[in-house]
Design a protein around this ligand. Structure first.
Ligand code: NAG
Ligand code: NAG
Ligand code: NAG
Ligand code: NAG
Length: 449
């Protein structure tokens, strides 16, 4: 459905450079990713992940029933990686959650003229920008966003019939406002700033509810959707840069935390021969936002578990499947697969077991007396044979002093879907190659960016 709507407005995206060199000197955009909340406790992480997954799957359900060609995956604030975003003329600097699980780019907006209550950096001050321009409701771009429950009648001849959108979240949080276009200013690989004209985004004049305000939003001003749908940042900007993006999430428990980057475009030199492994990205027509991967098998300490492969796949109703998501921290596995993996970990772990700080973590061990605890190793074989061998710190979290817990959680099967969260992704460069519809990953090159 989405593909049948030519996103004509995207063709209007124009890049221009601030200096004289030709624009093609910019091979990629490199945006530092900030990790904002290193002190979240595992139970807090679990709560925000659970809220997010509830939201993701309920937007998915809504979509299934409404069959509207709109974005899915309204994001909650649980995503823990943030990008700086400069928007407007002159540029206003805001902080957005980088989210592969949603499509819309949206920012908190203020219509204030004299903005003493909204000093710069607290919201996008639309009237302070010379280039702010809402789409007309008649514009085809307007069909790509969900309308408010009672949309104003669209009047073609009326100049100020703006395109209104409304995102409702599972927990009754909401963001609504004008679907608009603006100039964004970004740092290119050349180290210079470049301007991106006609970037389509939601200007959220009304933002309410727990998941998009307050502490759960971690001081962010909006969301940069990186999903597969036509209005995501990666879709709008990616075409200019080979329709690829990548990121490498560094272990944020290291002190001082190293910088992670989001790269839009080809981050490697073509002849550098980085030994990247690839697995196909799958689409689910009922959930067109997500990046799905296929799991072939899972092994623990070298023993492949007899999990029915259908546990990991998308069924005929669009349920199930395995999503790779930057906005979820922990990893969630379809129940039958989870049970077998947990049982194998329990069988193999040689450390004293104990009750963790949250009963949801079903395997916790006491490592207070062990300098280098030996933990069972998880290996995932993706479709196409790409082998993913994350280090144990990607799936055992420090739940308390001297306590490590297996950071895997079950999701209902077949209604839910499995999610590979950002903790599991740490220390790997992940490349989302949208033209080739494949996901590449490697541990090499993640540290040097
Ligand atoms: C804007 O705010 C300033 C400082 O609060 C005030 O001096 C000024 O009169 C206000 N201007 C308008 C047009 O309200
Ligand atoms: C559309 O707007 C024009 C100009 O404001 C107005 O004359 C006309 O009645 C409007 N049409 C509808 C259907 O509201
Ligand atoms: C570009 O990078 C420089 C140096 O890191 C930084 O000061 C500047 O704010 C960045 N500009 C944008 C638009 O992000
Ligand atoms: C962990 O083990 C040590 C000794 O091996 C013990 O002193 C400590 O109380 C244990 N911690 C918990 C939380 O059970």
């Amino acid at each position: 459905m989405v593909s049948s709507l030519p996103p004509i407005f995207l063709a209007l995206l124009i890049f221009f450079c601030l200096q004289q060199k030709p624009c093609n000197a910019h091979k990629y955009l490199k945006l530092p990713l900030h990790h904002k909340n290193p002190f979240t406790t595992p139970p807090q992480t679990l709560t925000s992940d659970t809220q997010r997954l509830f939201t993701l799957s309920s937007s998915f359900q809504t979509q299934k029933t409404l069959k509207t060609p709109v974005i899915s995956g309204a994001s909650t604030g649980s995503g823990q990686y943030f990008v700086d975003f400069n928007i407007g003329t002159p540029p206003q600097k805001l902080l957005l959650i980088a989210d592969t699980g949603s499509d819309l780019i949206w920012v908190k907006c203020s219509p204030c003229r004299n903005c003493s209550r909204h000093p710069p950096g607290t919201a996008f001050l639309a009237r302070h920008s010379k280039t702010f321009s809402p789409f007309h409701c008649y514009n085809r771009a307007c069909r790509l966003v969900p309308p408010p429950p009672k949309p104003n009648p669209c009047n073609l001849t009326k100049l100020h019939s703006t395109c209104r959108y409304e995102y409702s979240y599972a927990d009754t949080s909401k963001t609504s406002g004008f679907f608009s276009r603006e100039i964004a200013t970004l740092n290119a690989s050349s180290g210079r700033e470049m301007k991106l004209k006609n970037l389509a985004f939601g200007c959220g004049f009304h933002v309410s509810g727990p998941s998009v305000t307050g502490s759960s939003f971690n001081g962010a001003h909006g969301v940069m959707g990186l999903g597969r749908g036509p209005i995501s940042f990666s879709s709008q900007v990616g075409k200019r840069f080979g329709n690829k993006f990548s990121y490498c999430l560094m272990d944020y428990t290291i002190s001082p935390p190293p910088t992670s980057y989001l790269i839009i475009g080809e981050a490697h030199e073509p002849n550098s021969k980085k030994p990247m492994k690839f697995t196909p990205l799958h689409t689910n027509p009922l959930s067109p936002t997500f990046y799905y991967v296929g799991i072939e098998s899972v092994s623990v300490n070298g023993v492949s578990l007899p999990i029915d492969p259908s546990v990991w796949t998308i069924d005929g109703d669009g349920n199930g499947g395995t999503v790779i998501d930057s906005g979820t921290t922990l990893t969630f596995l379809a129940e039958p697969g989870y049970r077998q993996i947990l049982a194998e970990f329990k069988r193999l772990v040689r450390l004293p077991r104990m009750v963790g700080p949250d009963a949801s973590f079903e395997l916790c061990v006491n490592v207070s007396d062990v300098a280098n605890p030996r933990l069972p190793r998880l290996v995932v074989r993706f479709l196409g044979g790409a082998i993913f061998e994350p280090p144990p710190r990607n799936y055992f979290i420090d739940a308390a002093d001297g306590v490590k817990c297996l950071a895997l959680l079950p999701v209902n099967s077949p209604s839910g879907f499995s999610v590979i969260g950002n903790l599991m992704q740490q220390g790997f460069l992940f490349e989302f190659d949208r033209d080739e519809s494949r996901l590449g990953f490697t541990r090499i090159g993640c540290a040097v960016s």
